[in-house]
Design a protein around this ligand. Structure first.
Ligand code: FAD
Ligand code: NAI
Length: 328
């Protein structure tokens, strides 16, 4: 029996590739440093229900992604979210409705990757630190010093800065990944005992430490007795306050929120802060996926395309396509 294919990362890109390879009859083995799948589409379980601290919603513009999202909808993994949208700039909050279709996982964002993972073989809480080649096959070394393998191919589906280290055996690919800086995002969730007296359910923000805010509870399937909100800081603010304590970040972003939302904001009954170190690539690329087919090393992720959920899925498909093409 041939050795399986290793996939490092169970965000949407890794799982998109995993599904395509599995459907083509390949054996795969997934690894993730986290305790569960989803990466930047993960949701945090809390006393205020599940909170989408990373990706807030996604749009589908590419025909292939539109089709797959329709399948996800039929299976109940996603639903349309049509928030009462606002826009804040020059110190003013204004309604900003549009016709854009926006999707969210149901009942939480992480439901999508959870469903895609299904029963595929995965090792969680396993940070891969090195990808190295033996005489015939690939092997992985983890942060505990254990090694995993043999594998016929390795597909790296992590953010670019982490991918560049793991791609050391293919210096050209490592260089490409290293050329993609990724900006951080501080995220804060707040929960209030009583609903805030505002119609706002989503708001694009300018001229503030905040970049975006959403009423988490307004998304389909989010059952909670509390009024839950998610606030995202801008990349610039997040970079300037990278090492601030979670308490101080919560206080400052709560202050910015209270200033712009246009209604009384009481003390939050519950709050949580999360720092995404590699939240978004500073620019988009048209790479699809990176490949050294002769070596058997591949890399994919949102950073190879648009830096969005759609880009992550498409990049995973492209990595799988390139790998399968080389097998024929
Ligand atoms: P990731 O989701 O980052 O997955 C990579 C995985 O690799 C992770 O699970 C990680 O744990 C794992 N990993 C990393 N290093 C290792 C290692 N050494 N060993 C093992 N495992 C490892 N996109 C939108 O379209 N709409 C939005 O509204 C939106 N909002 C966002 C808001 C925030 C705050 C953030 C952070 C992102 C947002 N995005 C949004 C972007 C979207 O979340 C990403 O484009 C997408 O989820 C990226 O998927 P991925 O699989 O490429 O990477
Ligand atoms: P989209 O089409 O809803 O938004 C794209 C951009 O258009 C928005 O950022 C906003 O500036 C503007 N916009 C859209 N509708 C608007 C409206 N009604 N009123 C005012 N401005 C409007 O979604 P798309 O293209 O799928 O983008 C995904 C979103 O994810 C973007 O908002 C992006 O900023 C966000 N994102 C955030 C990350 C983070 O780390 N915080 C990482 C990656 C994406």
């Amino acid at each position: 029996m041939t050795a399986p294919i290793a996939i490092i990362g169970t965000g949407l890109a890794g799982l998109s590739a995993a599904q395509a390879l599995h459907a083509a009859g390949q054996r795969i083995q997934l690894f993730d440093k986290s305790r569960g799948s989803g990466g930047r589409m993960a949701s945090k379980r809390s006393d205020a229900g599940a909170l989408d601290l990373g990706a807030q919603y996604f749009t589908a513009r590419d025909r292939r992604f539109v089709e797959v999202v329709q399948h996800w909808q039929i299976r109940g993994w996603v639903a349309e979210w049509s928030p009462c949208l606002y826009h804040f700039s020059d110190g003013r909050l204004s309604a900003s409705p549009d016709e854009q279709v926006r999707w969210v996982g149901t009942p939480r964002m992480s439901a999508i990757t959870r469903a895609l993972l299904g029963a595929l073989p995965v090792t969680f809480s396993c940070r891969i630190t090195e990808v190295f080649r033996g005489p015939q096959h690939w092997h992985l070394q983890d942060a505990e010093g254990a090694s995993h393998g043999p594998f016929s191919h390795v597909l790296i589906a992590t953010p670019a800065p982490q991918a560049s280290t793991l791609l050391a055996a293919a210096p050209k690919l490592a260089g490409a990944a290293a050329s993609v800086p990724m900006d951080p995002t501080w995220a804060v969730a707040l929960a209030f005992d009583q609903p805030l007296n505002t119609p706002v359910e989503g708001c694009f923000v300018q001229d503030s430490p905040l970049d975006w805010l959403a009423r988490n509870r307004s998304k389909p399937g989010r059952e909670t007795h509390l009024d839950t909100w998610v606030l995202h800081a801008t990349s610039a603010w997040s970079r300037d306050h990278l090492d601030l304590s979670k308490e101080a970040v919560t206080e400052q972003l709560y202050g910015a929120f209270a200033e712009l939302i246009g209604c009384a904001v009481p003390q939050a009954a519950f709050s949580v802060a999360h720092r995404w170190l590699y939240a978004r690539p500073t620019s988009a690329h048209q790479w699809g996926a990176l490949a050294d087919a002769d070596l058997g090393l591949y890399a994919c992720g949102d950073w190879c395309l648009s830096g969005r959920v759609e880009g992550a899925w498409l990049s995973g498909q492209e990595a799988a396509r390139k790998l399968l093409e080389h097998l024929q």
